[in-house]
Design a protein around this ligand. Structure first.
Ligand code: HEM
Length: 366
């Protein structure tokens, strides 16, 4: 994006009120670090993780000057917590610091795509969480198993190394946070910083080992129809209304031919969270794109926007369409329902030890 356009979109962001009906929980709350986190007397870090999209996960250790030790020591590295003060117990203020660091990196690193890494961070948080299977209780954001080759290499996850790498300096700065908490926090920070609703979040995810990788095929395929959407999101436990609200995240970002094969953004402001995806889906005329690529749709008016076959299924299916029209008409309703369902998505299958949620301050709040 040209820098003038970026400035304009930032100015818009600053003037966009964050709709929130949530009240921040008390700031003094302390959170227990999961059993295999830094609170325990030994902490396990991955010194070498397999993966064709590898590089990211060992960065923290290298940054701590421990990379060579890890490489020499094989797959795992154990760090003794010998702090005389005892284990570090993060407070809400510590998590706000992580949020602020991600927000500040998002604001600094604008030389990417349409000017923000936010959309790809949202996609990372969703792909980490959307593997959940309610029958077996497997998958979900707990574990951050996309650090490992089997899951990083799933076709649906193509391009997400960019997002994982973006968060590595944050992990190096706050080594006590698990990757699984960090990736989900990256998603909610991006939504909030790009003008979306406040999303209540809580910590407690634990990173798991390679054996916990989920099988391929749990994430949706954009070339398919409404039956596929209901199969995939039904497996996670979502109803029609929730499925439509979640897919509204396509207001952000774009498709890349070298990642999914599809091409283009869904709306004219891909770095601003809004209900534009639904407005355009409901109001525009969408025609099949003529090109040498997978079947997708383009808007008749400008020929510059796109919809996936799964996006079009949201207006072809009457039960889905009802919600598209509600969200197209009322941005506040979309923001509220999206906030609820995205928070639910990021928590699927996580055995939290706290009921208390944090609502983070955005970078533009007083
Ligand atoms: C039927 C369900 C869905 C399908 C088939 C689907 C498919 C896709 C595809 C093909 C892309 C383009 C990837 C690329 O080429 O870079 C994409 C991008 C994206 N998706 Fe989805 N998606 C679905 C649901 C969701 C949900 C539930 C969320 C979040 C809550 C989401 C958030 C995003 C975002 C933010 C991007 C833009 C990423 C970027 O700009 O790099 N999607 N999606």
């Amino acid at each position: 994006m040209a820098s003038a356009a970026r400035t304009a979109s930032r100015a818009f962001l600053r003037s966009t009120p964050a709709t929130s009906s949530f009240r921040p929980a008390a700031r003094s709350t302390r959170f227990a670090i999961p059993a295999n986190g830094v609170r325990a007397s030994a902490r396990r870090g991955y010194a070498s993780e397999a993966g064709s999209e590898k590089s990211s996960s060992s960065f923290g250790l290298w940054a701590l000057g421990l990379g060579a030790l890890g490489a020499a020591g094989g797959a795992y590295l154990y760090l003794n917590d010998s702090s005389p003060k005892g284990p570090f117990v993060p407070t809400q203020a510590d998590y706000q610091k992580v949020y602020d660091a991600i927000a500040s990196r998002l604001a600094d690193e604008t030389d990417y795509d349409d000017g923000s890494y936010g959309p790809v961070l949202v996609r990372l948080s969703w792909h980490a969480s959307g593997t959940y299977d309610k029958e077996t209780g497997t998958g979900g954001s707990n574990g951050a198993t996309m650090r490992f080759a089997p899951e990083a290499d799933h076709g649906a996850n193509a391009g997400l190394k960019v997002a994982r790498d973006f968060l590595e300096p944050i992990k190096a700065q706050f080594p006590w946070i698990s990757y699984s908490d960090l990736w989900t926090l990256g998603g909610i920070c991006s939504i909030q910083e790009l003008g979306g609703p406040k999303i209540p979040w809580r910590p407690g995810r634990e990173d798991m080992e390679i054996a916990a990788c989920t099988p391929d095929g749990r994430l949706p395929d954009g070339a398919k129809d409404q039956r596929h959407i209901r199969n995939i999101f039904g497996r996670m436990g979502f109803d029609d209304r929730e499925m439509v609200a979640l897919i509204g995240a396509h207001a952000l970002g774009r498709c890349h031919t070298d990642r999914s094969g599809f091409d283009g953004p869904w709306d004219f402001s891909p770095t601003v969270f809004s209900n534009e995806f639904f407005r355009l889906l409901a109001d525009e005329k969408w025609i099949p794109k003529k090109w040498n690529g997978p079947a997708q749709y383009t808007d008749k008016t400008t020929g510059t926007l796109m919809m996936l076959p799964t996006d079009m299924a949201l207006v072809k299916d009457k039960a889905f369409k009802k919600h598209v029209e509600r969200y197209a008409k009322d941005s506040d309703v979309f923001f509220k329902e999206f906030s609820d369902v995205y928070a639910k998505l990021l928590e699927l299958g996580v055995p939290f030890k706290t009921e208390e949620h944090i609502v983070f301050k955005t970078s533009d709040s007083e």
